[in-house]
Write a new protein. Structure first.
Length: 152
């Protein structure tokens, strides 16, 4: 299965943009109910203590994974393949992150997003970030569907 981000063209986002060679290059997979992503942190993405992942990066992972999930869901609702024309775009309306415990930087993190509510213009997602099978952060994202002209 091809990742959501690899099917969205002209995406230069630092977190999820497949067209940005310097991005985090996250890869999310949507099965119609749950979206998952595995990401391996890099050493320079540390917090003050070098053994933990920087909190801002955790927020970015939750944000980008959730918005990608919202876009995939809108494509599903329209019975279309992700990335097909006309393209669907979502932006972050609100991001709330609860940091439950420090996230080790020396192993992959797993993200899991579930849609709590969806209207024609707004999707609310609940997303967890886990390390070693333990949830270390949880987020709520409000993804807002925007017209393609938003990119201009």
């Amino acid at each position: 299965m091809k990742a959501i981000q690899d099917r969205i063209r002209d995406n230069h986002c630092y977190g999820c943009g497949a067209d940005n060679p310097l991005s985090m290059q996250i890869k999310s997979y949507w099965d119609g109910k749950v979206s998952t992503c595995s990401y391996t942190p890099r050493p320079e993405q540390c917090a003050g203590p070098t053994k933990y992942l920087y909190g801002g990066l955790i927020a970015s992972l939750i944000d980008c994974h959730s918005c990608g999930t919202a876009m995939a869901n809108y494509y599903d609702r329209e019975g279309r393949e992700v990335g097909s024309e006309p393209q669907i775009w979502c932006v972050t309306g609100r991001l709330t992150v609860n940091y439950l415990k420090p996230t080790p930087i020396d192993k992959p993190v797993e993200l899991r997003a579930v849609i709590a509510e969806c209207t024609d213009k707004k999707t609310i997602l609940n997303t967890t970030l886990s390390s070693g099978g333990e949830v270390t952060a949880e987020g709520e994202v409000i993804a807002v569907r925007v017209p393609y002209s938003w990119r201009d």
